[in-house]
Design a protein around this ligand. Sequence first.
Ligand SMILES: Nc1ncnc2c1ncn2[C@@H]1O[C@H](COP(=O)(O)OP(=O)(O)OP(=O)(O)O)[C@@H](O)[C@H]1O
Ligand SMILES: [Mg+2]
Length: 255
Amino acid sequence: MSDNQLSFQVSNLDFFYGSFQALIDININIKSRSVTALIGPSGCGKSTFLRCLNRMNDTIPGVRVEGEILLDGEDIYAPDVDLTDLRKRVGMVFQKPNPFSKSIFDNVAFGPKVQGIVNGKRNLEELVKNSLINAALWDDVKDSLDEDALGLSLGQQQRLCIARVLAVEPEVILMDEPASALDPIDTGKIEELIATLKEDYTIVIVTHNMQQAARVSEETGLFWLGELVEFSPTETMFTVPAKKLTEDYITGRMG
Ligand SMILES: Nc1ncnc2c1ncn2[C@@H]1O[C@H](COP(=O)(O)OP(=O)(O)OP(=O)(O)O)[C@@H](O)[C@H]1O
Ligand SMILES: [Mg+2]
């Protein structure tokens, strides 16, 4: 896969909750094996947009999507798309860690078991171990795999949720404010992890923390009242933004 390859190509995307239009004519290309950050004030549509990328909004009654989203060149809203397969390819990590009240091992093994990814106990153990290693959690939990995941610290729980996503071998990881409930040390660990994961995965992260967007991402999009106001290389966005609105927002004069 070349570095410049696109993961998502979003064209003229409109999104409605009933009669309320939450996304207006969004056009954005998201690069493979790169981190794209989405910023913007509360209620501007960041989470809605993220959920369009793996069709999680489909579960909400009364919603409507118009426009096109291609993943690796294929329309994810085409009628024959298998949603289970799509959500395996496009995993999601939420603001609040949401492990199951099961053992650490079973949390990570759950997805591969349901998806039938593994054959045999040995392979499952390998997959769980590798997922925990890649989520920077293995050293913390290697002696307590049978303990309840809810006994982990919040930061560890969030890395467990990342391990759970990695275990089903996705292409893309969507992260909706993954560190906003965490302390600075755990936030730092998540940011380090993102820097490693982008070598193998496409990452789209929503964050309210502009320093975080600047640290972790290659490209940044600013949403404003349902529109994508500016989408630029992160360095450009935070030094010489194209729009006055972007400058006002990132310097704290608005939002
Ligand atoms: N399930 C829903 N039903 C109706 N309206 C919704 C629903 N979810 C979100 N909205 C509305 O859509 C708009 C965009 O919401 P969204 O959650 O995408 O914003 P956001 O940028 O993620 O905000 P925040 O930074 O607070 O998380 C808001 O006006 C919100 O009230
Ligand atoms: Mg949100």
